[in-house]
Design a protein around this ligand. Structure first.
Ligand code: 6PG
Length: 485
């Protein structure tokens, strides 16, 4: 056997990952695809790559030296289970099966448990960076056993993106930890994209600037604290002209955003964990709202802000610069909230599933290769380096300063949007989250009172230990009660 690593599934992501692997010193790559034409095509198209093509699972296993290591790159779902079963049949104890797709982490936990019974290692690895990342260097989030990491670590380090001299891969934690972290990465990706979209909408409707002019604004932002891949590609998209109509491309794209599910998973999981990822949730819901044309069609005549309320939107040319700077700061503050919420979910997930996850290391491996790569992630890893058990990321000194600097602008933008009738769900919910955290007292006290009134759900007091209930339908005196939560 001559190959040290194999790839199963040769659609674009799999082919690119196989080519990336083959391009690195020391790797020889076995490749297999269910239909052989893809395998043949990849070998023919890339004579420079050291591929060992296989046309059956037996050949594939024979071409790998031990411990055999294979990365599955097929569409997440039933197909993954079928490939795992086939590999388990031809692999031996100590070998390693890696699922590089966007699997749901609970599936990964289930698969890891089942595969482990055969003595084979199963690793769920999140891979981010799209097609280009797979080819040139993705950010990789592997879970699985410590044993598998010994063999897999050097291979994954050889193909990962490099950020400030460090490969963007770390052993995230056991079993489903890698896919969990990749899921939250995608949730943050949704929030980041929605926030950028809201910023664009406000600037466009507020100042009347064209998409190409707004592209310049984003390009400018990309030289400062907002520097990131998503800001960079936003400028590119806004600058694009449609060849058929001569219009800005963004004006001819149907305004209904798709989703393949990882954002929704992030929110569903957060609901189960009781983690308030409100910014991420708004981003997922904003895509759902956009994708209901029938509801939007019947709602178009709903009353908007009346002209007489003096809230007609429009920023004068002189004020445009100030307004755009306000939008930039609102975006930055909301972005800090989205990341803080995402890291909160990872912290809670780790506690729930018994993973030891180094949050600072996660920030570091997201600095390169992945869709949410950004300058800003250095600040997050600094924050965790200083205080590893930081309960709320946005209370780290750097973020406190940034939020202090941004908050007046943030408030102006959220109120301007509300008064003008422009939806800014992610901006506004992020601000509400921020103010909720800051609040000395929350109206949750009243909610507890209501719960106690109709359901005797009890409450705690600020001034003494114990659990209490007011006899609402009796004489309204208070009694000590059993804690029912
Ligand atoms: C990445 C991306 C990628 C993901 C899409 C899905 O990290 O490279 O997250 O894995 O497939 O971005 O997003 P949609 O749900 O928007 O299709």
């Amino acid at each position: 056997p001559s190959a040290n690593i194999g790839v199963v599934g040769l659609a674009v992501m799999g082919s690119n990952l196989a080519r990336n692997l083959a391009s690195r010193e020391g790797n020889t790559v076995a490749i297999f695809n269910r239909s052989s034409d893809k395998t043949e095509h990849l070998v023919q198209a890339h004579p420079e790559a050291e591929f060992v093509p296989a046309f059956s699972y037996e050949d594939f296993a024979d071409s790998l030296h031990k411990p055999r290591t294979a990365i599955i790159m097929v569409k997440a779902g039933k197909g993954t289970d079928a490939v795992i079963d086939a590999l388990v049949n031809v692999f031996e104890p100590g070998d390693i099966i890696v699922d590089g797709g966007n699997a749901l982490f609970t599936d990964t936990i289930r698969r890891e448990k089942a595969v482990r019974e055969t003595g084979i290692n199963f690793v769920g690895a999140g891979i981010s960076g799209g097609e280009e990342g797979a080819l040139l260097g993705p950010s990789i989030m592997p879970g699985g056993s410590d044993e598998s990491w010994v063999t897999l670590g050097p291979i994954l380090k050889s193909i990962a993106a490099i950020a400030e001299g460090e490969p963007c891969v770390t052993h995230v934690g056991h079993d489903g930890a890698g896919h969990f972290v990749k899921m939250v990465h995608n949730g943050i990706e949704y929030a980041d994209m929605q926030l950028i979209a809201e910023a664009y909408d406000l600037i466009r409707r507020g100042t009347g600037r064209t998409p190409a002019e707004i592209a310049d604004v984003f390009a400018e932002w990309n030289t400062g604290e907002l520097e990131s891949y998503l800001i960079e590609i936003t400028a590119e998209v806004l600058r694009q002209t449609d060849a058929a109509t001569g219009l800005p491309l963004v004006d001819v794209i149907l305004d209904q955003a798709g989703a393949k599910g990882t954002g929704a998973w992030t929110v569903q999981t957060a609901l189960d964990l009781g983690v308030p990822v409100s910014g991420i949730a708004e981003a997922v819901f904003a895509r759902s709202l956009s994708s209901h044309p029938e509801q939007r069609a019947v709602s178009r005549e709903l009353p908007g802000p009346s002209a007489s309320s003096g809230t007609e939107f429009g920023v004068t040319a002189q004020d445009a610069e100030t307004f755009i700077e306000d939008v930039r700061l609102a975006l930055y503050a909301s972005k800090i909230v989205a990341y803080s919420q995402g890291f909160d979910e990872i912290r809670a997930g780790a506690a729930q599933y018994g993973w030891t996850i180094d949050l600072g290391a996660i920030a570091k491996i997201w600095r390169g290769g992945c869709i949410i790569r950004a300058q800003f992630l250095n600040r997050i890893s600094d924050a965790y380096a200083q205080t590893p058990d930081l309960p709320v990321l946005l209370t780290a000194p750097y973020f406190v300063e940034a939020l202090g600097r941004a908050q007046d602008s943030w408030r102006r933008i959220v109120s301007t949007a509300a008064a003008a009738g422009i939806p800014a769900p992610a901006f506004s919910s992020s601000l509400s989250y921020y103010d909720g955290l800051r609040a000395e007292r929350l109206p949750a006290a009243l909610v507890q009172g209501q719960r106690d009134f109709f359901g005797a759900h009890t409450y705690k007091r600020i001034d003494k230990e114990g659990t209490f209930h007011t006899l609402w339908s009796g004489d309204r005196t208070e009694i000590e009660a059993e804690d029912t939560h």
